[in-house]
Design a protein. Sequence first.
Length: 404
Amino acid sequence: ETGIVIVGAGQAGFQAAASLREAGHAGPVTMIGDEPSLPYQRPPLSKAYLAGKVDATGLFLRAPGFFADHRIACETSVQAASIDRAAQHVRLSDGRDLAYDHLILATGSRNRPLPVPGTDLAGVHQLRSIADADRIQAALAEARNVAIIGAGFIGLEFASICAARGLTVTVVEAADRPMARAVSEPIAAFFRETHESAGIRFLFGNGVQAIEGRDGRAEALQLSDGTACPADLVLIGIGVIPNQDIAAEAGLRVEDGIVVDSVLATDDPCVSAVGDCARFPTRFAAHGTARVESVQNAIDQGRCVAARIAGRATPYDAVPWFWSDQGGHKLQMVGLPIPSDVSVRRRTANGFAVFRYRGTSVTGIETVDSAAEHMAARRIIARGLSPTPEEVADPAFDLKALAM
Ligand code: FAD
């Protein structure tokens, strides 16, 4: 008996498998994962896990018994090497062929490499997996000068953890502010100030030309303005690229992501793609399609594909949301990052919110330390509501009533 094969045992692949069983799908379900561990959550890797507040067992999405109980075969440390769509089977790195009725690609993304000399020196890291986090954790014990390349979410979360440990932290960023592509200017300014008051030094508008070392170990960053920055621990956090090679080699369409339609199917009706690796049509994007790197997206797309396979197809239309923990503050965002014409700030009980406008439409709502407003924001964005800038700026204006 053939069945459903899921390539990638991460957040999205796991969700697809679990949701198939919840939806009553009875046939075989097999997940293929190239990491040694069962499916786990990545967000704590740059937060509580690196801070030593949760251990590895706290990362796993389910205990090992779940997979047996739900008859989900989860193969670890094995890679899907290629797909034969005509024969409907996946060739594994150990030489086996696995037949499928339906194939779900949930291959995620990998860290974008930094194309400069010295990235192979000891002390230079990227963060994606438990293995990466464990290597970084060990290196932190001896580190003094930490340099972070890229002021994105992962870089800044890591910077916070290092600063809290009393290390000297420098963040080098090509743009003129942190999280430049993802958040509004008021949010960027708030977190810049938060990090600077924790002692983190930013070098904006600067690039890295090389990582220099001695005896095979990183010692300094050589910057494009000609200066050097001492660094015995370097974290490169310059974004990710989708794992789409096996899809492309199988003749599936890829455009910075495996291209899928509104129900997350590829051009081959027997193959779907979900999570970080998928490019899908969405009303929340500026240009019609998006590829989204978030837990929300991985979970909701896993559910959507499972429902379709179980016979209840619905177009994917979940509201995008995301969070990041930095410097003791919780940032939450709803909507996809679209450059704004105007951003309007609103006071909340314990923090503030920023409404991002494109013309008169609200395209995104960011909140700091304001969980209730974030929940209201999800409903506002889902329903396409656009309170006026005057209403938003008025703390007496009832946001929750609007979102009811
Ligand atoms: P993944 O979870 O990456 O899983 C894909 C799996 O497939 C991987 O294990 C990969 O090794 C495997 N794989 C790839 N190709 C093959 C193959 N050919 N054969 C077998 N296996 C293969 N999101 C948030 O919403 N909030 C956060 O705060 C947040 N913080 C994060 C912090 C860190 C440090 C990282 C790395 C990510 C964070 N994210 C966060 C992003 C979130 O974790 C991802 O969007 C999510 O994991 C995507 O799920 P996925 O299943 O698509 O991919």
